[in-house]
Design a protein around this ligand. Structure first.
Ligand SMILES: *Cc1c(COP(=O)(O)O)cnc(C)c1O
Length: 365
């Protein structure tokens, strides 16, 4: 069988080395003689793991003392509800900066719990992030929500907005742990793990302590950050295996050289693909404005800005034959999407780019 190179957007490629560790530990977790899968969440081995994973998050992102690190079930979208449930009571209204389908979904969910102000004029073409001088922020908002990397459209923030003291809440599901982040600029950072830091089902939430204790009375206990914090993220049976995997992935990141190394690699890998697109005389077309092009998800079309279905199909078929898989764009935008998360190696991206160049040459005339 041909060697597989997975460019999927999520659940996404995991590091080889982590698979070896998971395999070794599967039936005997930390010398207990049993698998973590059959370990009680109220035992020392799990409670130690729970602390260990929080600690590696704190080290990697340099999380200040006054921020709590929580693990919640329900993935990224669970937090689309949890964010308003925990924060919107402060003023009853929240600002949403919609730069793609994910932040649009977050805004829609928040409307169930309060008033939502859309900071940007509505658009269906998510290819840029308007300058902050054009944003209509509400000074009375409970918080301002952004998605730092729109996984479907490939739009990534290249700046941290200044929200004039209103807490900034960021969905980092698809660029979590891909670069250093000044956590103190945010009120809350959250994300599902299955893109860049593990597997699905768990959300990592980092919340500034003064933002606790504001949950709406209807907030389910398992979505309540304050109750979760008081229970040290062991309120009910947590998604233990997903938290464990996240820990092993984060420890792997640390061994690789931390977030500086991940960031350097992300720059290099994405530049290889974007350069190939930009130097193709319009054969490949990347719709997103250069300044906010994502280093994690690279959507592009072939043949014309609107794409050429037949060529794109042929591209995907040829790619699969070489083991380059999950390159199909999201069904809502079509075309091709290459995701270059932490676990995707530079060599794999070089291999993809080689194929892109050959495919272009073959169809140049
Ligand atoms: C994938 C994704 C989500 C949804 O995550 P789930 O765990 O499937 O709920 C939310 N936001 C962003 C930016 C994502 O990429």
């Amino acid at each position: 069988m041909v060697k597989i190179h997975n460019f999927g957007a999520g659940p996404a490629k995991m590091p080889e080395e982590v698979y070896n560790i998971l395999r070794d530990e599967l039936t005997n977790f930390e010398g207990t003689g049993i698998s973590l899968l059959e370990t009680s969440h109220r035992t020392a081995p799990y409670m130690n793991l729970n602390t260990e994973v929080q600690n590696v998050v704190r080290r990697l992102l340099n999380v200040p003392e006054n921020y709590k690190i929580l693990f919640l079930a329900g993935g990224g979208q669970g937090q689309f509800a949890a964010v308003p449930l925990n924060l919107i009571s402060r003023t009853g209204t929240a600002d949403y900066v919609v730069t793609g389908d994910w932040s649009a979904k977050a805004a829609k969910e928040a409307k169930k719990y309060g008033k939502v102000n859309l900071v940007l004029p509505p658009t269906e073409k998510y290819v840029d992030i308007p300058d902050q001088s054009k944003w209509k922020l509400d000074p009375n908002a409970s918080y301002v929500h952004i998605c730092t990397n729109e996984t479907i459209h490939g739009v990534e923030f290249d700046f941290i907005p200044d929200t004039k003291g209103v807490p900034l809440v960021a969905d980092m599901s698809s660029n979590f742990m891909s670069k250093k982040v000044d956590v103190s600029k945010f009120g809350v950072i959250y994300g599902g793990a299955q893109k860049n830091i593990g597997t699905s089902g768990v959300a990592l939430v980092i919340v500034r302590e003064d933002l606790l204790n504001h949950a709406l009375p209807i907030c389910p206990s398992i979505f309540d950050w304050t109750i979760t914090y008081k229970a040290d993220s062991i309120l009910n049976t947590p998604p233990m295996y997903a938290i464990y995997i996240m820990g092993r992935v984060l420890q792997w990141i640390e061994r690789q050289g931390g977030l500086d190394k991940m960031s350097e690699l992300a720059e290099k890998k994405s530049k290889l693909v974007y350069d190939t697109i930009d130097q193709s005389n319009g054969f490949y077309y990347a719709p997103v404005a250069k300044k906010v092009r994502s280093r994690m998800n690279i959507p592009f079309r072939i043949g014309s800005p609107a794409g050429n279905d037949a060529l794109e199909k042929e591209f995907l078929k040829g790619a699969e034959a070489l083991g380059l898989i999950q390159l199909k764009g999201h069904r809502s935008v079509g075309g091709i999407r290459a995701s270059t998360y932490n676990a995707v190696t530079l060599e794999e991206v070089q291999y993809l780019v080689k194929y892109m160049k050959e495919f272009h040459e073959k169809h140049a005339k």
